[in-house]
Write a protein that binds this ligand. Structure first.
Ligand SMILES: [Zn+2]
Length: 467
């Protein structure tokens, strides 16, 4: 079988796409992610797929994040007619995330075309629209964890919980060629251990080939256990002592639910002041509904919690906001409160409005709970810029800045090595280190060598391997 590393290879973390071509010339794409975060350059990278969509027979999707799923509407629009296999929760999350991504493409292209019009250039089309995204969802087939599913007599796969986001999976593939059966483990994104909502990453059967993510192949995270205590102290300082608003910019899916659940636990323990908490992000509101549908994906602690708190994402004083009118009403809300709003990097979404309204107020606290890429508004605020531009207007930063970084969705290198404990380094034929920047990948390679994984490869963009 031939493996072609298309995206999340080279120095790229996003745009995950790996093509398997069997001896019978079946083409199976693992993940179909969008490149993100490089403006116009990203747009061109997304349109150059590196394969012909009509020739792809199947897509195996590890999880719903846009850097893994985001180009499915585009390949569908360009001739892909096969099925997309993923877990039930991934399917449900894609049903909200892909149309939302289409909406963003349409909006960004509209803005871009305004600039082109001024230069007398013709308009360009969005990579795909909200409608394209809605149309491709009929191609999805849900496959539960641990079920062995045969795509052809010689090719089967199973999903294992990767503990990364709701529905997230590592994919274990078995394929037979020339009377020999071989196995391939694609880790997908691997989550942290001892999290609050999702279970730990699953222990996987031994594989002949491994394709492993390395986002934090050179980093160690803070402990998750301390995060709730830290959150409590920040809430008390921001809302009880300073009597201001606590703004928590947060990814709509996963992070928002983790924060809401942590606040719920603090409230039950009598550790929260009596204040209103607002979740102001339509995508987060929809995603929370999907979390409620998949309680079977929660870890044991969360399942116990649900027995006495049937709605872990709902409690007194917590308000979900969907409409723009209700969101605008928060501008004149003058009591201490918590506002959780997307996006996490403060680059887009409603959180920008809340920042614009409150960032120059010394009573405001901004709490960052995730990674902010270096050029984003979030990075500028958190590194201590005294003045920032929001919607083209300059604002003095007088708000207090706080950060909790242990809520990461990705395992650090120690956790990745723990996840790989069940594998036998001596029988792994090739270990592909993917989905990481160069420094993280080379660093992770030396850590793998130290525990016996010697046959490591750092694939280049579009590099091919016979496996
Ligand atoms: Zn992910």
């Amino acid at each position: 079988m031939k493996l072609t590393c298309i995206g999340a290879s080279g120095n790229e973390v996003t745009g995950s796409k790996f093509l398997l071509t069997t001896k019978e010339n079946k083409k199976i794409l693992i993940d179909c992610g969008m490149y993100q975060g490089k403006g116009l350059e990203t747009d061109a990278m997304n349109r150059d797929l590196g394969f012909v969509p009509a020739e792809i027979d199947f897509i195996l999707l590890s999880h719903a994040h846009i850097d893994h799923s985001g180009l499915i509407p585009y390949v569908f629009k360009n001739g892909f007619k096969g099925k997309v296999f993923c877990t039930p929760a991934t399917r449900d999350l894609c049903a909200i995330m892909l149309p939302d991504s289409g909406k963003i493409q349409e909006f960004d292209t509209k803005q871009f075309n305004k600039k082109r019009a001024l230069q007398k250039l013709p308009p360009v089309e969005p990579v795909y629209t909200m409608q394209d995204a809605a149309a491709c969802l009929g191609q999805f087939i849900s496959v539960p964890y641990h079920l062995n599913f045969s795509l052809t007599p010689a090719f089967s796969f199973s999903f294992y919980n990767s503990g990364h986001i709701l529905g997230g999976a590592s994919i274990y593939i078995s394929f037979s060629e020339n009377d020999e059966t071989k196995t391939l483990l694609y880790t997908g994104d691997v989550g942290r251990y001892n999290k609050r909502i999702l279970p730990d990453p699953c222990v996987l059967p031994k594989a002949d080939y491994i394709m492993c993510e390395s986002t934090y192949g050179n980093r160690l995270h803070e402990s998750i256990e301390d995060a709730e205590q830290e959150l409590m102290l920040i809430v008390l300082d921001a809302c009880a002592k300073r009597k201001g608003k606590l703004i928590i910019p947060s990814f709509a899916i996963g992070r928002t639910q983790e924060i809401v659940y942590a606040l719920h636990r603090l409230k039950n323990g009598g550790n929260l002041p009596s204040i209103d908490i607002f979740v102001d992000s339509p995508l987060a509101v929809s995603a929370t509904g999907i979390f409620r549908l998949h309680a079977d994906s929660f870890n044991e602690e969360m399942q116990q919690f649900v027995l006495s708190n049937p709605d872990p994402f709902g409690f007194e004083n917590l308000h979900y906001i969907r409409t723009i009118e209700d969101s605008k009403r928060l501008n004149t809300y003058n009591r201490p409160c918590i506002i959780i709003s997307a996006s996490g990097m403060m680059e887009a979404g409603r959180v920008k409005h809340h920042l614009a309204n409150n960032i120059d107020n010394g009573r405001t606290t901004i709490l960052s709970v995730g990674y902010c890429a270096p050029t984003t508004l979030g990075a500028k605020i958190m590194r201590g810029d005294k003045e920032v531009s929001i919607f083209g207007v300059k604002y003095k930063v007088r708000a207090h800045l706080k950060s909790i970084q242990s809520y990461s969705g990705h395992a650090d290198y120690k956790e990745l090595l723990h996840y790989l404990n069940s594998q036998s380094p001596e029988t792994v034929r090739t270990f592909f280190i993917i989905h990481g920047e160069d420094e993280a990948r080379t660093d992770f390679a030396s850590r793998l060598a130290a525990v016996g994984f010697m046959n490591t490869v750092i694939p280049k963009f579009k590099e091919e391997f016979e496996i």
